[in-house]
Design a protein around this ligand. Sequence first.
Ligand SMILES: Cc1ncc(COP(=O)(O)O)c(C=O)c1O
Ligand SMILES: [Zn+2]
Length: 407
Amino acid sequence: MNFVGYKCGVCGQEFSPEEIRYRCDSCNGPLLVTYDYGSLAKKVTVKSLAEKPAGVWKYRELLPVSPSTEPVSLGEGATPLHEAKTLASSIGLSNLFLKDDGRNPTGTFKDRGATVGMTVAVERGMHAVGTVSHGNMGTSMAAYAARAGQTCYILAPEYMTSARVLYLSVYGAKVIQVVGGYDSMYDESLKIAKKHGVLFINSDNPFREEGYKTIAFEIVEDLGWQVPDWVVTPASSGGLASGLGKGFEEFKELGLIPRIPKLAVVQPSDAQPIVVAFEKSAETIKRVDHEFTSIVRSLGNPYPPSGNRVLKLLQELGGTAIAVPDEETIAAQRDLARIEGIFAEPAGAITLAGLRRLIKLGKLNKDEKVVLVVSGFGFRDPGDADKLVDKSVTIDIEDLESVIATS
Ligand SMILES: Cc1ncc(COP(=O)(O)O)c(C=O)c1O
Ligand SMILES: [Zn+2]
């Protein structure tokens, strides 16, 4: 195994790899897995990667499991990177790409983290896994736990609707609806994890991040080893943005790319703790509590556990953070579907809404190469469906020809 330890994503403190760890003992920042990049640089090359089949496990030398371990897989990763020429010209850009990560087995990028986390759980002989979830993460963990034959505990907010609970229960997960905020469930889950030997693979778990970073690897490879100027990503807990940053950092460390793109993180106006901290040039995230009525349900975290790490990344990479109101996210959902044929859930389409705002603010150059991460499929959560569709017409059969001829 190439996994040599953990490093805090905020203060940089290092920890040895033997124990399962989640957060930094000094600053409570999220831990990230580290490797011996010097020796990996000889093994992981453009040529060696070209010879392997696409998908998360293509990068297994850069994943924290031993070479002989069989992955718990449902065929995740290797999602398309579409060039969006029509959409690009409609917003005045010349180089726009969509990373369609809704094409994963349970419809979101979360599957990349679940395959790695679940494989680590099996390799380390754990008997059960768990996660704290608003929906997508739980669905993904539940599916991968079923695949591995493990017990899966999902801690969900008590107000979660029965339709959303269905997606978790269908895979046989034990769904526990808890009265209390996301952050208190998150903290409590890590205490239980330690005491009862359950691997809690929450939103920014170090092993989960390892799966997310493969989005960055795939973007670079699919662009023919070119680095985009900007990658625009949604953020809730900050785990996805953190993993993307790690992926680009690792490819640079291995000498595979010369630089790292700027990251732009997008949040809904109702829950924007990272944006608020970024705009104030703050060093740490403060809890931002609003009544959350946004349709972007997957991005409702008032106190992101990887917020401080993302803030640091944005400051180091010269990135930015932007909040958008729901109407703009709905318009982005419609445009992605109608112009490019991609139906995204609101959290997936919010990156297009964010990009439009960044262009208006003059934050990016029109000829820069931009990649939008479309993180989830619309089938998972259409959002405000009434605003996405036009009313259908009902006619008599004898009027069919004239209706088609005139509409
Ligand atoms: C579809 C979708 N996109 C983006 C995110 C944000 O990811 P993170 O919590 O890692 O910031 C989530 C989180 O649940 C999600 O479900
Ligand atoms: Zn720390």
